[in-house]
Design a protein around this ligand. Structure first.
Ligand code: GDD
Ligand code: MN
Length: 371
């Protein structure tokens, strides 16, 4: 193995003759301007245009530029993983060849990893990020993919970004199963990491050449998500599994709340002799309190801040979300029964399910944000 360097910039390519020379030049200029000892690693899938001779020629002149030409198992993610393996650095960055990702931001990714983050993600969907010149259809597909990805990684605003950097240990020896386009999802789902940071950037659509994204990419993506979920269930580790553990606990706490509610309704009505509607109001409120306590000390214990006013803030937030959840449940019940003519017990099940999704999401992101 040759001398190691500070940063390896991996550029996957397939038919990029219009862009690749300029891209290598831009990355190399960033290295020089910022005093980074970096290498550019072009991982090509046996392009049919002039990409290979162009890069070969540059690599012959410049020792920090290398080319890998792959002949088998064609694919963007596979190419990136091959780049990870062959890179001569402990910090790895992935960037598209078509200038959709601004090379000028490379030092920020590099510094983020050096500063302690395991993964640095270029995000189009956080404050300061944006997408330029994308047709509406493409935006919608991308938003759908992103929303889906966020179910797995709720803290990450752009889990399908193609612009990111990782510390080598995150991917070294990790059981990555690269397929399709979304290599970052795979790294997040199966890599070994604790912390990440996001860096906003403006995605510019390519000026030269065309996107290689096809319908099959969407299928690949869904299969990949399923694979990550399966992995996290069987391995019981990693962020996806942590998230589903919370969902499960939140559900169990909800069930315990039903028991509390029923028990109190019975006791207050039969033993204390209260009018049943009065008992019901008290029972509902006390079950909200007990749900809050269990979720606070069990489900979301990682997000607790024990200062009194913070406890109070969380409680009011939970109370408000629960009341809204009750309204959601009733609203769905009414709409399904009176408007859609659904059998009321089936409609109630749907109401409970939707209210649960609302309660979980709102509490996860607001009441116990940072959990
Ligand atoms: N080695 C290799 N093999 N490289 C490929 C392949 C392949 O099969 N397909 C595409 N590439 C290279 C392209 O040459 C380019 O450098 C980069 O991967 C991105 O390909 P594009 O075809 O330009 O992708 P895109 O612009 O549609 O998608 C981008 O945005 C997505 C987010 O919406 C990429 O950054 C995706 O990774 C990202 O998920
Ligand atoms: Mn592109």
């Amino acid at each position: 193995m040759a001398e190691s360097c500070d940063l390896a910039v991996i550029v996957p390519t397939f038919n990029e003759e219009e862009n690749i020379a300029a891209m290598i030049g831009a990355v190399d200029a960033v290295f020089r301007e910022n005093g980074i000892r970096g290498e550019v690693l072009v991982v090509d899938d046996d392009s049919k245009d002039r990409t290979i001779p162009i890069v070969r020629e540059i690599a012959a002149r410049q020792e920090n530029v290398r080319l890998i030409v792959r002949k088998e198992d064609h694919g963007l993610s596979q190419s990136v993983v091959e780049g990870f393996r062959s890179a001569r650095s402990d910090i790895l960055l992935v960037i598209d060849a078509d200038f959709s990702h601004p090379p000028k931001l490379i030092p920020r990714f590099y510094e983020a990893i050096r500063g302690g983050a395991d993964i640095a993600i270029g995000s189009r969907y956080m404050e300061g990020g944006d997408i330029e010149k994308w047709p509406l259809a493409r935006r919608i597909v991308s938003l759908g993919a992103t929303a889906f990805g966020r179910l797995l990684f709720p803290e990450v605003t752009d889990p399908v970004s193609g612009f990111f950097a990782v510390r080598r240990e995150v991917v070294d020896g990790a059981p990555l199963a690269p397929r399709g386009y979304k290599i970052l999802m795979e790294v997040l789902g199966r890599g070994r990491w604790d912390s990440f940071t996001e860096i906003p950037f403006v995605f510019r659509d390519r000026e030269e050449g065309e996107s290689k994204l096809r319908a099959g990419t969407v299928i690949d993506y869904l299969r990949q998500c399923a694979g990550i979920v399966r992995f996290s269930i069987t391995h019981r580790a990693g962020p996806v599994s942590d998230e589903w553990t919370k969902v499960l606990r939140f559900g169990l706490v909800g069930l315990s709340g039903i028991l509390v509610n029923m028990g109190l309704l019975y006791a207050l009505t039969e033993i204390a002799g209260l009018y049943y509607l009065v008992s019901a109001v008290i029972a509902i409120e006390l079950s909200i309190v007990s749900n809050f306590v269990f979720n606070d000390v069990w489900t979301f214990r990682s997000a607790r801040d024990l200062r009194f006013e913070r406890n109070l803030r969380r409680f009011w937030s939970f109370q408000t979300v629960s009341m809204a959840g009750l309204a959601v449940n009733m609203g769905v019940l009414y709409l399904l029964v009176d408007v859609a003519g659904v059998y009321y017990l089936a409609a109630n099940l749907a109401g409970i399910f939707i209210a649960f999704a609302w309660n979980y999401t709102a509490n996860r992101h607001y009441t116990w944000r940072g959990a």
